[in-house]
Design a protein around this ligand. Sequence first.
Ligand code: ZL4
Ligand code: CA
Ligand code: ZN
Length: 372
Amino acid sequence: MSKRRVTYYYDPDVGAYTYGFGHLMKPQRMRVTHELVSVYGMLPKMHILRAKRATAEVMSRFHSDEYVHFLSRVTPETAQELTFHGSRFLVGDDNPAFEGVFEFCTISAGGSIAAAQRLASGATDIAINWAGGLHHAKKREASGFCYINDIVLGILELLRWMPRVLYIDIDCHHGDGVEEAFYTTDRVMTCSFHKFGEYFPGTGNINDRGRGKGRGYAVNVPLKDGITDETFRSVFEPVIDKILEVFRPSAIVLQCGADSLAGDRLGCFNLTMQGHANCVQYVRSQNIPMILVGGGGYTVKNVARAWTYETACALGIEKEIDPNLPWNEYFEWFGPRYRLEVVENNMDDVNVKDGSVDDVRKTVLAQLSEMQ
Ligand code: ZL4
Ligand code: CA
Ligand code: ZN
């Protein structure tokens, strides 16, 4: 519970973007989170910064010039014609060319890059960018609501100054874009926990472990519906322990996708806010410089609850947080209990029911032991 220097990146414009009517991804969740962080009195306890927006040139450290150029020009009106002229950068209804899509990406990516610079400079112990975590974006293609991969750009920045970076992903979906970007290097270890089996994006098999020099440096923990706090913890903690032992990272990027919470509109896990936050607490307790980014999360009030609580965990003040929500601009959203909590539901934990979680834990730990 000791104190850490925390830097929190927030751009007040981010909450105004919308992916379009009926789309599940709602940038407004960052604004609701910020409101709760604010009414809980956390702002004076951190460095609050508005990051410089990422430029097209910086984005091209990972993405292709053609794709970044396309994104920087596309509008809802020109999407059709730009797409028909041979380019297929935005595929399907998941990734609409919404109004301001490029600006939104400059904010999300700018935050993660700034977080990486600040961490690498030694000016902070923990940097937070809830607008980041868009783990599906590919070098030349948008995927799964993600256009620019802020995580890859942040890790590339860290690699300028640090030998080894660990990436951990607790979003309900597989962190495919980040895994793919670093699949052949031994300087970045990626570890994703995700629902696997008839679920987007379909990758993240336990036997996908990296290639060439990167063999063993991609770790995949495939899970099934209904995982509870206790089950998740029973695999998260030993796997992370073993990774820290074999990889000894200089910095950790933790993607806190909140669609792994109970009651998410897209996710199928059964984690409470505490169970989700336990990952933040556990990683923080290792005393390694850390970046927290957002990611998925489609039941907005629960996303705001979890990321608010996790901001408190970063500060080490979670024990002092009043479970009854203070009055705030969105108060009526949090009824009928008006509490800072996400409770579990009565779905079956298939991972326990069919015993698969024990096999998964055993297999992943054996794979990691091979590396020693
Ligand atoms: C929607 O209602 O599985 C998008 C997406 C937009 C509104 C209007 C369009 C209606 C569900 C999802 C038709 C939409 C059909 N609207 C989308 C194979 C698919 C092809 C596209 O948390 N259709 C693709 C992506 C996943 C697929 C999950 C998770 C991101 C993250 C990090 C990305 N895509 C089938 C779906 C709706 C929509 C309703 C939707 N899309 C649910 N799951 C997907 O990991 C941020
Ligand atoms: Ca994941
Ligand atoms: Zn997700």
